[in-house]
Design a protein around this ligand. Structure first.
Ligand SMILES: NC(=O)C1=CN([C@@H]2O[C@H](COP(=O)(O)OP(=O)(O)OC[C@H]3O[C@@H](n4cnc5c(N)ncnc54)[C@H](OP(=O)(O)O)[C@@H]3O)[C@@H](O)[C@H]2O)C=CC1
Ligand SMILES: Nc1c(N[C@@H]2O[C@H](COP(=O)(O)O)[C@@H](O)[C@H]2O)[nH]c(=O)[nH]c1=O
Ligand SMILES: [Zn+2]
Length: 397
């Protein structure tokens, strides 16, 4: 970074980039598959604001930093430099391109910690800034990206770029012995995690494009799979996200893998949504041989029925299905289902991220997924508490 003018010491710029990268890492499970990014607006060597990409679908770090700078006491005419840990984006995705926000801000110099690893975008953001007369410097020291966002490199690997599929977060609640169904006399034979965790899950549902479940869960639990505020106004969905089109205003799509259309047309999935409840469209995925009469009844109840290839005569092929989900525009999906579908999705390598709630419940029924929780398969583990429950968040290798 030898080109940096006298007002900013390169060593200070580098250490600030590193600090921004480390702080951005706190949001890794919220923003994945997006990278963790931090940005700062400077006036001379004074840091006016620090911004971060905080939630998937929410503002990027550059926009967050510019917003916070606007709220500071330092006038915009004095902002001269932006530091950002990753090359600013140049295309509109869930949010508008950051290069445009930077150009509008009057900032004259951008110092970047790493180039975009996606070959389709790499270098483009920098070119656009330079064309606008903004000085651009790239830190030649190895990027902090490997440290702060290994999942993003994974997301951009060749195989995945060739055959895209949604980023998939598997969330489940388990008893102390790792089972997904509690004993009959606890939680109505259904609930393992406590109210704080359930509220968190509604927030997570509000930050995905689709929720995928298996018909076993629909038959046993008769779930709604909607986003609900759970008595805490504003907790489930951030309205500022909604207004930007993410997640879809009606809530994430509810997708049921149901080879033979065993879902009942009177399932709670089809009930009208209540006030404050976001109920996405219901899509049922079946094998081509499923009964047409059942299909018509489900369509009359409000479902869209999609037929998909079987891996054999009896089981839907997850590989085709995950490609189809992507083709429908579902980029980030939540797998909220029972052990049968969870195990198949884990075995097929289609789970990218885990959120597991362990409740203080002894015993339970059904298969334990504990073998999946061996350290060897997890990256970036985070253990935390949620009310009375223990939570494990991780990326899968
Ligand atoms: N603790 C928790 O977090 C949760 C617990 N549960 C509990 O789990 C139990 C239900 O679990 P389970 O019976 O395993 O049900 P699942 O929800 O995993 O559904 C499995 C069914 O989905 C259908 N399916 C279609 N394609 C596939 C595929 N490729 N791979 C796997 N399944 C496929 C199959 O039925 P078909 O062949 O007919 O299509 C299969 O039997 C309930 O007791 C429920 O309460 C459920 C969700 C979360
Ligand atoms: N049992 C269990 C969960 N179960 C999941 O929640 C679904 C019910 O959704 P809804 O009808 O919208 O409330 C259920 O079918 C299953 O997918 N979730 C948790 O956070 N903790 C729990 O202990
Ligand atoms: Zn951006």
């Amino acid at each position: 970074m030898n080109g940096i003018s006298q007002t900013l010491d390169p060593a200070i710029a580098r250490s600030l980039l590193r600090e921004l990268g480390e702080s951005a890492r706190a949001f890794r499970f919220e923003v994945a598959p997006n990278p963790c990014v931090g940005a700062a607006v400077l006036a001379g060597s004074k840091v006016v604001s620090r911004g971060f990409h905080r939630v998937w679908g929410g503002p990027h770090a550059e926009v967050d930093a510019l917003r916070l700078a606007a709220e500071s006491s330092v006038p915009q005419s004095e902002w001269d430099t932006m530091l950002v840990t990753l090359e600013p984006c140049s295309t509109t995705g869930k949010t508008p391109a950051c290069v445009d926000a930077i150009k509008r801000s009057g900032i004259r110099r951008v110092i970047v910690g790493a180039l975009d690893p996606d070959p389709r975008h790499r270098g483009r953001g920098l070119e656009i800034l330079e064309e606008a007369g903004i000085e651009v410097l790239v830190d030649p020291v190895p990027s902090p990206l490997q440290d702060v966002a290994p999942h993003f490199l994974h997301w951009n690997d060749n195989e995945r770029v060739r055959r895209p599929r949604p980023w998939t977060i598997a969330k489940w609640a388990q008893t102390l012995t790792g089972q997904l169904s509690p004993p009959e006399d606890i939680g109505g034979g259904r609930w393992i995690s406590g109210p704080t965790s359930v509220a968190e899950v509604h927030k997570l549902r509000g930050r995905v494009d689709a929720i995928v479940t298996g018909v076993g869960t629909v038959l046993h639990d008769d779930p709604r799979l909607t986003v609900r505020p759970m008595g805490a106004p504003g907790l489930a969905v951030d309205p500022s996200n909604l207004s930007k089109g993410s997640p879809p205003p009606q809530g994430p799509a509810r997708i049921v893998l149901d080879s033979w259309l065993r879902t009942s047309p009177t399932a709670r999935l089809f009930e009208e949504s209540q006030d404050g409840e976001l109920a996405g469209p219901v899509v049922i995925v079946a094998l081509p041989g499923a009964d047409p009469i059942r299909r018509r009844a489900l369509e009359a109840a409000g479902a869209t029925v999609h037929t998909s290839r079987g891996m054999d005569r009896f089981t839907l092929d997850l590989r085709d299905l995950w490609s189809w989900l992507w083709s429908q525009g579902y980029q980030r999906v939540l797998l909220e289902t029972g052990p049968t579908l969870l195990r198949n999705a884990l075995d097929a390598g289609f789970v990218d991220q885990l959120r597991i709630y362990t409740g203080n419940v002894r015993g339970g029924e059904g298969e334990s997924l504990a073998p999946w929780l061996t350290e060897a398969k997890l990256l970036e583990r985070l253990h935390r508490e949620s009310g009375q429950d223990a939570v494990l968040e991780a990326f899968l290798r």
